[in-house]
Design a protein around this ligand. Structure first.
Ligand code: PNS
Length: 169
C-alpha cells in the first residue's frame, strides 16, 4: 500500500455534491481546488426523480469522470437521499461548496448547519472564482438553447454533449 494510509495517517476526504446537469467551469474550478486540498475528493451527483433533468444521471457522471480524470484523486458517484448518509458510508468528514455571492449564503448556511447537526460533518465554503460567479447549469442551458456562445463556460466535452442534446430536442 502506498500513500497516506500506509504511513499511518488518515486519508483526508471531502465531497463536492450537486446536480451537475451538466457540469460547468464554475463546478470544475471548485472540484480542482478541493482536489488540491484533500487526498480524495468525491463528486456526489444527486439523483432527483422529481426534477426533470437534461442529462440522465449516468451521462452526467460520465461527463464529470472525463473532465476530472486529470486530477487523479477525484471519484464520481451518484447518491439518493441524504448527503450525510453518503458521507457516513464513505467516512467523509467534509463537504466542500463554492459560494458565488451573498445570495447563496443563507440557504448554504442552513444546509451546513442541518448537516452538521445531523451527523457532525463539516461544510467548507470556497469563494467562487469571480470569472464564474454568475454561472449556473440552468443559465448555461438557457443560453445554449437559444444558440448563445457558451464555449468559455463549459469544458469542450460538455459543449459537444450540450449541442448534441439540444439539437435532438
Ligand atoms: O447543484 P444543486 O442542485 O444546487 O445541489 C444541491 C445539493 C445536492 C447539494 C443538495 O440539494 C443536497 O445536499 N441534497 C441532498 C439531500 C439532503 O441531504 N438534504 C438535506 C440538506 S440539509
Amino acid at each position: 500500500m502506498t500513500g497516506p494510509e500506509s504511513e499511518g495517517t488518515q486519508v483526508r476526504r471531502a465531497v463536492c455534491p450537486g446536480s451537475f446537469d451538466p457540469i460547468h467551469n464554475g463546478h470544475l474550478d471548485i472540484i480542482a481546488r478541493a482536489s488540491s486540498l484533500y487526498d480524495e475528493v468525491y463528486v456526489a451527483v444527486m439523483i432527483n426523480r422529481s426534477k426533470k433533468s437534461l442529462f440522465e444521471i449516468e451521462e452526467r457522471i460520465d461527463l464529470i469522470r472525463q473532465v476530472t480524470a486529470e486530477y487523479g484523486n477525484v471519484r464520481v458517484e451518484s447518491f439518493h437521499g441524504l448527503l450525510v448518509d453518503f458521507c457516513k458510508q464513505r467516512e467523509i468528514p467534509a463537504i466542500v461548496k463554492g459560494l458565488r455571492a451573498v445570495s447563496d449564503f443563507d440557504y448554504e448556511l442552513q444546509m451546513a448547519q442541518m448537516n452538521n447537526g445531523l451527523s457532525g460533518v463539516e461544510t467548507l465554503f470556497i469563494p467562487t472564482n469571480p470569472t464564474y460567479s454568475f454561472m449556473s447549469s440552468s443559465l448555461v442551458k438557457e443560453v445554449a438553447t437559444w444558440g448563445g456562445d457558451i464555449s468559455h463556460l463549459v469544458p469542450p466535452l460538455v459543449l459537444e454533449a450540450l449541442s448534441g442534446r439540444l439539437k435532438k430536442d
